[in-house]
Design a protein around this ligand. Sequence first.
Ligand SMILES: Cc1cc2nc3c(=O)[nH]c(=O)nc-3n(C[C@H](O)[C@H](O)[C@H](O)COP(=O)(O)O)c2cc1C
Length: 188
Amino acid sequence: MRAIILHGSPRRGGNSDTLAEHFIDGLKTTGDVEVFDFILNDMNIRPCQGCESCATSEGHRCVIDDDMHQIYNAFADADAIVWATPMYWGYMTAQMKIALDRMEALAMDVQRYWIDKEFVAILTYRHHYQSTIAFFERVQSYFKFKFSSILYCSKNEFGSEDFHVSTCPDKLEEAKNLGRAMGLRATR
Ligand SMILES: Cc1cc2nc3c(=O)[nH]c(=O)nc-3n(C[C@H](O)[C@H](O)[C@H](O)COP(=O)(O)O)c2cc1C
């Protein structure tokens, strides 16, 4: 089993990172897992320039020469892609959206990159996650990936600070259980 984790939060060890970690722990209970962590905030990934050369170039290669190619290389052979991101101003973070836009180069070859992969959206939020879930649900029928999600509301009703997910054992268990269930499915 190969899993990619796209870390969309600039906060290392925050809610989405922690849930991704528990998901992977669950996955690992069912067999060997090779994990590729991509900390998007620390990577040099330029926004898509809309040049559309990926539509016509050999192998649909993106002409921008930056760290996104590390993700492209890992993507083809991955069984599971984890999209772990908080909600910022009503959508996934800019770090995640920039990487997602650059996936345009992979969208040209649905068979190779998307079909039957396990996609897991880990969304952490205070008020709203629906726009990002709606995105994955909308494209799922075209790309034919399997889709699951873990949602965590970090809002503290009584103060301005968030509750870290580590104070919510049920949520951590949910993430671990999803990983375990996915691993079991893969070994069948
Ligand atoms: C700049 C910024 C913008 C945010 N915008 C939203 C938002 O639009 N909707 C929402 O529900 N939460 C919003 N939040 C709250 C975060 O999504 C929430 O605190 C989340 O649990 C953080 O996840 P992390 O620990 O993985 O970084 C925002 C937080 C920040 C710092």
